[in-house]
Design a protein around this ligand. Structure first.
Ligand code: TYD
Length: 221
């Protein structure tokens, strides 16, 4: 049986890396096989993307969107490390970022309709079974980024991150009924966040596949 494809999304500094690890551990403890992965990938295209994100090679928003799209297609179809292969092997795939990031980040800096088209109408970019968004405000993200890393990338300033957070919620409203999306308050201790992430995954594994988008309080006001 195919595994489940679960995406963890959130702003930079929202704790995705920790939650991907904790979710993978929890699924393994349930006796499931799990592959952990992330975008941008470790491919050559992923390298081009990282050079652009840190400002080493300046590129337009559209160039970056196209690079992410190419990276995502490879991530789906690569015969060795592709998501399709892992799922076919019966593994659950837990992925740190996916097309929701492109819709939110690149959709803020280039034509969003084109970014939707690129990602949602590409036959080789599969739809996840579940996306969990780790919701955190800018102050919380900053505290975590400075504590963990001491540097920032091109999108990591207050105005940009607030805009991206709003954009994520626009994206989720737009995808309501299409994608299964759950929002988790990430401004809490990691174990509490992990419990809610796991609850969303259990609901996927056990419950009926009803695509519901649950907004976090206040964000839609
Ligand atoms: P990532 O390595 O996940 O960094 P972080 O741990 O800080 O979240 O992602 C690097 C950056 O890539 C991040 O700022 C978001 C950006 N990004 C996009 O702009 N579009 C995309 O499609 C993806 C996957 C990432």
């Amino acid at each position: 049986m195919e595994g489940k494809f679960i995406v963890i999304e959130g702003l930079d500094g929202s704790g995705k890396t920790t939650q991907v690890r904790l979710l993978a551990e929890a699924l393994r403890a349930m006796g499931r096989q799990v592959a952990e992965t992330a975008e941008p990938t470790a491919s050559t295209t992923g390298g081009l993307i990282r050079d652009a994100l840190c400002g080493f090679t300046p590129r337009t928003g559209a160039e970056i969107a196209a690079l992410f799209m190419a990276d995502r297609v490879a991530h789906n179809v690569n015969p060795v490390w592709g998501i399709g292969r892992m799922l076919a092997q019966g593994k659950d795939v837990v992925c740190d970022r996916y097309y929701y990031s492109s819709l939110a980040y690149q959709g803020s800096v280039t034509d969003p309709e084109w970014v939707y088209e690129l990602n949602l109408h590409c036959p080789e970019i599969r739809r996840p079974d579940l996306c969990v968004f780790l919701d955190m405000d800018y102050a919380g993200c900053c505290r975590r980024m400075e504590r963990d890393r001491g540097f920032r990338e091109i999108y990591e300033n207050e105005e940009a991150l607030n805009a991206v957070r709003r954009k994520y919620f626009d994206v989720f409203r737009r995808l309501e009924g299409r994608d299964r999306i759950r929002v988790v308050d990430a401004g809490r201790p990691p174990e509490e966040v992990a419990r809610d992430v796991l609850a969303a995954v259990r609901e996927l594994l056990e419950g009926p596949a009803s695509p519901v988008f649950s907004p976090s309080p206040g964000i839609l006001d």
